[in-house]
Design a protein around this ligand. Structure first.
Ligand SMILES: NC(=O)c1ccc[n+]([C@@H]2O[C@H](COP(=O)([O-])OP(=O)(O)OC[C@H]3O[C@@H](n4cnc5c(N)ncnc54)[C@H](OP(=O)(O)O)[C@@H]3O)[C@@H](O)[C@H]2O)c1
Length: 263
């Protein structure tokens, strides 16, 4: 599917991977609706996209609110007349042992990372069914395929997205409704800053890294040629295979290439 003229809604589009996807999609000719909580950042980003010749509409919203997610979708239809692509990207992380992960943080992480994905899918899929086509894209993480130490809560939320995508893909197999799950490795974004702001600590990825632009390019390519699973860092697909055939060996490997707490 050529992204030109396809209308995309993106959650978590005020920074990082979501904003990079919005920019790349807009540059490919897709009108984009940017959803997140920080109004100033959304306005700035939408304005920058428009200045660069793209079409963008900001919507201040929280993915944990069904009403807010509904407004994101309605805005796409009001302003651009349709919705073709939903990118479920909003999310955050937390580093700590299970004992150090308070239940309210775990619930919030599941609420934003998984429940937000579910609400966005639930708002977009009826439109896709009526159209007989559409593309649901879930930004999970490589840790959703292979959990890492001290991020059990975060890994669980990302694995939940993978299971959700697999189930939906099976439901829509053979139709023009595509479901893709994207599994980035450690990416330079505001992810760490958000952890410091909200929880007073941060993590550094010890393994391979990539830019948000690399992830965004992989997402645009996945819209052109729909793929069930997208590994923007190609070699990381090997970790999924290794974990399936040699889980104990992989435990030791990912301890070395996981994340380290900073601050
Ligand atoms: N960075 C990495 O190493 C990495 C690796 C693999 C996967 N990922 C995944 O990539 C996605 C994007 O993360 P990022 O790395 O780009 O981090 P980021 O720069 O911190 O972006 C997170 C985005 O989510 C939004 N957000 C957070 N809570 C929200 C809520 N309740 N409602 C609506 N929007 C919300 C934030 O905007 P507001 O604060 O304005 O709401 C922001 O736009 C996440 O799902 C993350 O798990 C990241």
């Amino acid at each position: 599917m050529d992204p030109r003229g396809q209308v995309a809604a993106i959650t978590g589009a005020s920074s990082g991977i979501g904003l990079a996807i919005a920019r790349h999609l807009a540059a490919s000719g897709a009108p984009v609706v940017l959803g997140a909580r920080r109004a100033d950042r959304l306005e700035e980003s939408a304005e920058a996209i428009r200045r660069a010749g793209g079409s963008a509409e900001p919507v201040v919203m929280d993915v944990t609110s069904e009403d807010d997610v509904g407004r994101l979708v309605s805005r796409a239809q009001e302003v651009f007349g349709r919705l073709d692509i939903m990118v479920c990207n909003a999310g955050f992380g937390y580093y700590g042992t299970v004992e150090d992960t308070p239940p309210d943080v775990m619930r919030r992480m599941m609420d934003v990372n998984f429940f937000g994905t579910y609400l966005a899918a639930r708002a977009a899929l009826p439109i896709f069914r009526r159209q007989g086509r559409g593309h649901l894209i879930l930004i999970s993480s490589i840790v959703g395929r292979r959990g890492i130490a001290q991020m059990s809560g975060y890994s669980a939320t990302k694995a939940a997205q993978v299971g959700f995508a697999e189930s939906l893909r099976t439901e829509f197999a053979g139709t023009a409704i595509h479901v893709s799950v994207v599994l980035p490795v450690s990416t330079e974004t505001e992810f760490r800053d958000a952890m410091t702001r909200d929880y007073g600590h941060s993590v550094r990825g010890l393994g391979p890294k990539q830019t948000a632009d690399t992830v965004a390019r992989a997402v645009v390519e996945c819209i052109r040629r729909p793929a069930p699973e997208v590994y923007p860092h190609r070699a990381s697909r090997g970790l999924t295979i290794l974990s399936a055939v040699a889980p104990r060996f992989t435990d030791r490997l990912v301890r070395r290439y996981g994340r380290r707490r900073e601050g």
